[in-house]
Design a protein around this ligand. Structure first.
Ligand code: HEM
Length: 408
């Protein structure tokens, strides 16, 4: 089958349902097609081949003619082209090695105490009713700022302020995707503000490198000849991709733990908490699909993909495919006490582009959720049922998952 077809009437039809609820959109498409692999016209992505059958995933993520870096749009004009997520081929492999060594197993234990401290500090000041996402977003932002720039009280406030201001620039998706809005008309326009905040953060990165503190300094010390300006671009990208994702995924975990009555057991048993977290990531992967773009025409899963068209190895579809997971809509953490089906679970991606922050993210989520459960005595706000909502490219629990304290 060819992906080439009519113009984008489909895009018009699909835009609102896709933007509003991608999980629902994908579920309906799979039901209509009778299989989990199909083609849809979408805003920004265009004609896209969605892969939801596990045997189609490895050929796609390992395909030499499918690029991941080139598939990233929207951010280049502010983030630059030279960060891990934007690169492809040999340049990507080289950079990955450089970045990944700072996020591997043994070095991560040093962040545990800081993560516990940040979590306790934030949990102490909670009102009777609060949104889990807001709490976790603040914790994740604080944590990644301290990782990058150091943990001394004198620097924490400034780091947090600059990082929050810069990342706040991305709250409007329109600004990222509508090129005409990307004009620097000065500090009183959204784009002009974003550029100035970026530059302030870049200057701070350089200052912290010189001070020799935080991960920025460690990156600079083992930069393998990479220029400082390039390292700064990398740090900006790590900040951007390293906080919202974890906050969104932890919000789903809290939503599921509360909705299915697992908070007490997860508080007492770290292995159960871990199984619940993984099951939550299966049900609700915050990054719905990976994105690749064809450099040349390729054949995949029985489809012809033209040069420039997109392929989406889709974690949500595989995670909800009944041929892979029995009763896929049921929350059942015991699934993670057994061997996983091959290519059956990939909320962090698969293959050479797997999330570089995965070990850090997993450890952060385990420590933060474990610490929070010790402090929180909460239930879902009356009448609240967790449903998906979009936050830019991520899917979060609608309304941020409101919780209420059960202690007066
Ligand atoms: C629960 C939290 C997270 C989730 C669900 C997540 C998910 C993902 C996914 C799905 C990808 C794309 C993989 C692909 O295209 O094959 C990715 C890539 C990436 N992530 Fe994460 N991520 C998380 C946390 C983090 C953190 C904490 C950092 C940094 C500190 C980070 C940095 C990156 C980077 C730099 C890439 C690009 C890797 C490459 O292109 O080789 N992520 N992530």
């Amino acid at each position: 089958m060819s992906l080439r077809s009519t113009m984008s009437l489909g895009t018009v039809r699909n835009t609102v349902p896709w933007l509003r609820d991608p999980y629902g959109f994908l579920g309906r498409a799979a039901a209509e097609e009778g299989r989990h692999t199909f083609v849809r016209d979408l805003p920004v992505l265009g004609r896209t081949l969605f892969l939801g059958d596990p045997e189609t995933i490895a050929p796609a993520v390992n395909h030499p003619e499918l690029d991941a870096g080139r598939a990233v749009v929207g951010l280049r004009s502010i983030m630059g082209d030279d960060s891990l997520i934007m690169l492809d081929g040999a340049a990507h492999a080289q950079r990955k090695q450089l970045v990944a060594r700072h996020f591997r197993g043994a070095v991560l234990a040093r962040y545990d105490e800081m993560l516990q401290h940040v979590t306790r500090e934030r949990a102490r000041a909670l009102p009777q009713r609060f949104r889990a996402f807001d709490l976790l977003h603040t914790i994740a932002l604080d944590a990644i700022s301290r990782v990058m720039f150091g943990d001394r009280p004198e620097v924490v406030g400034r780091s947090r302020h600059l990082v929050a201001e810069f990342l706040g620039s991305f709250d409007s998706p329109l600004m990222l995707f509508l090129r005409p809005l990307q004009r620097d008309w000065g500090p009183w326009t959204a784009w002009g503000r974003a550029l100035r905040r970026r530059d302030a953060l870049r200057a701070w990165c350089l200052e912290r490198m010189d001070a020799g503190e935080g991960l920025v300094a460690e990156l600079a010390a083992r930069a393998d000849g990479l220029e400082r300006e390039v390292l700064v671009t990398e740090v900006l990208a790590l900040l951007l991709f390293g906080h919202d994702t974890a906050a969104a995924q932890m919000s789903w975990a809290l939503a599921h733990l509360h909705a299915h009555g697992h908070t007490l057991r997860a508080r007492a048993e770290p292995t159960w908490l871990d199984a619940c977290l993984r099951e939550s990531m299966r049900l609700c992967p915050v990054v719905v699909h990976l994105t690749r773009v064809a450099r040349r025409p390729v054949q995949l899963a029985g489809f012809e993909v033209a040069a420039g068209q997109r392929v989406a190895p889709c974690s949500w579809l595989v995670h909800h495919n009944p041929a892979v997971w029995a009763e896929p809509e049921r929350f059942d953490p015991t699934r993670f006490e057994q061997d996983l089906p091959p290519q059956g679970w990939f909320p962090f991606g698969l293959g050479a582009r797997t999330c570089v922050g995965r070990p850090f993210a997993m450890r952060q989520m385990q420590v933060v959720l474990g610490t929070l459960l010790e402090q929180l005595h909460t239930e879902l706000a009356p009448g609240y049922r967790p449903t998906p909502a979009r936050r830019l490219v991520l899917i979060v629990p609608a309304g941020g998952c409101p919780l209420v304290s059960t202690r007066s």
